[in-house]
Write a protein that binds this ligand. Structure first.
Ligand SMILES: C[S@@+](CC[C@H](N)C(=O)[O-])C[C@H]1O[C@@H](n2cnc3c(N)ncnc32)[C@H](O)[C@@H]1O
Length: 147
């Protein structure tokens, strides 16, 4: 993982609240990274806030509440190292389009339940689409932004 972002540490963007999994991998507490996640349902966002607060981690995660297509429209890091897609399956292609100019070359994108996202899979597997991509067991699509 690249730790050369302007504010130090990796920049991760998540749709769907896969916060705990992400925290384990990111090592935010010591690494100076930044994690932004977005959730449509206020009760789920609040539960995540409560859990993070209980673990003393709330200040490491920015939870944006609302439709990802709105919440991710602005105030993104200059460079994103990892995008985890696990929100509304029908929005994967649109979310990617929204943030892809911020994905650094070599950035990884993990898309869960990719079988439900034909448009998204077609985009990341298109040889001209700007990504290297492969399906993983468990209906996960792993993609890398090309240089
Ligand atoms: C399959 S669940 C993912 C759960 C998540 N991995 C977690 O650990 O909680 C999909 C989530 O996406 C949220 N969601 C659905 N539509 C959304 C939208 N337009 N913008 C942001 N989040 C959305 C749902 O409320 C739900 O919590």
């Amino acid at each position: 993982m690249n730790n050369s972002g302007a504010a130090g540490g990796s920049k991760w963007l998540l749709t769907g609240l896969g916060v705990l999994i992400a925290l384990i991998g990111l090592g935010l507490a010591g690494g100076g990274g930044q994690l932004i996640t977005t959730e449509f349902e206020p009760s789920k966002a609040q539960r995540a806030r409560d859990n993070l607060a209980a673990g003393g981690l709330l200040d490491l995660v920015e939870i944006r509440e609302g439709d990802a297509l709105e919440t991710l429209r602005s105030k993104l890091p200059e460079q994103i190292d990892l995008l985890l897609l696990d929100g509304a399956k029908g929005l994967y292609a649109d979310v990617l389009a929204l943030v892809e100019d911020r994905l650094r070359p070599g950035a990884l994108i993990v898309a869960d339940n990719a079988d439900y996202c034909a448009e998204y899979v077609a985009k990341v597997r298109d040889p001209e689409g700007g990504y290297l991509s492969l399906p993983l067991p468990g209906d996960v699509e792993l993609s890398m932004k090309r240089a």
